[in-house]
Design a protein around this ligand. Sequence first.
Ligand code: UDP
Ligand code: MG
Length: 310
Amino acid sequence: MKLSLVVPCYNEAENVAAFQEATIAAFEGCGYDYEIVFIDDGSQDATMHNLRKLHAQQKCPVKVVSFSRNFGKEAGIYAGLTHSSGEYVTFIDADLQQRPEIVRDMVKILDEKPEYDIVAAYQDRRNEGKILSFFKKSFYGIINRLSNVNLKSDASDFRTIRRSVADSIIELAEYHRFSKGIFAWVGYNTCFIPYVACERTAGTTKWNFRSLTNYAIEGIIGYSTKPLRIATFCGFLTAIASIIYLIVVVLQKLIAGIDIPGYATIIVLTLLLGAVQLFCIGIIGEYVGRTFEQTKNRPIFIAKEILNYK
Ligand code: UDP
Ligand code: MG
């Protein structure tokens, strides 16, 4: 098998058939064989029903892995990797925002340029709000400064990788998955190509501001321990400030003989110190929580049903 297209689907009932049609059209006459690995990520709509139909028809080789519940797109990508057999593996969304025609170009690049192991598409122009793109920019700025990996802003999960890269990613069986970071961490030579994301054919996006924020925190905590260092510095700075203030208070008492009108000062200091402590404990907690999750060693996904080729 030359190419596996891994397609995570969460409530994409209206899109899966259209996706398959578009893929078949895009790969007509390409001269190599390919398979589509659909991951039903615990959809509540008719996604699985429709995938069953596609699997029964086998217009092109179709495999389906159905999760026992919603495990998230990252788990879907992992499941797709473990169940794909292609020499190249592509991650692509089911909603046709990322066109299968581009995958053909990606395959061509990998065929023609052996120096590249990954072809990643990044969004050239984004049709999203100014506020959102400001936050996204800030996120990349922060994570690249804090972590040891270097993420290209606007690079998406939409990429085609060689088998060797796929095997490396499968080895990273961590529970909290942040695929942008994982791609950067495993290394290899990446060729970035621009693409323009189309409108969703049907359904709605699963992202909102809250989930994006959580995703960003996931990325920062998962790829850097510098926030812990920040906590240490916070404590250090507070200690220095306290000592300076202590000296000021003592001098005021000794030299000017001022009695401290204590109430407001004490309240403010107590609140400030409490806030700094909670902030630092929160940071530590994020790491402890992740350690806890990881030590449980739970599987990244549970497949309820796997429909292989007939
Ligand atoms: N997706 C998934 N599990 C989830 C959320 C999303 O498998 O919990 C899939 C979804 O079906 C789609 C892809 O991930 O194929 C990208 O999701 P979406 O289109 O909502 O994100 P956007 O394109 O807006 O970034
Ligand atoms: Mg989408």
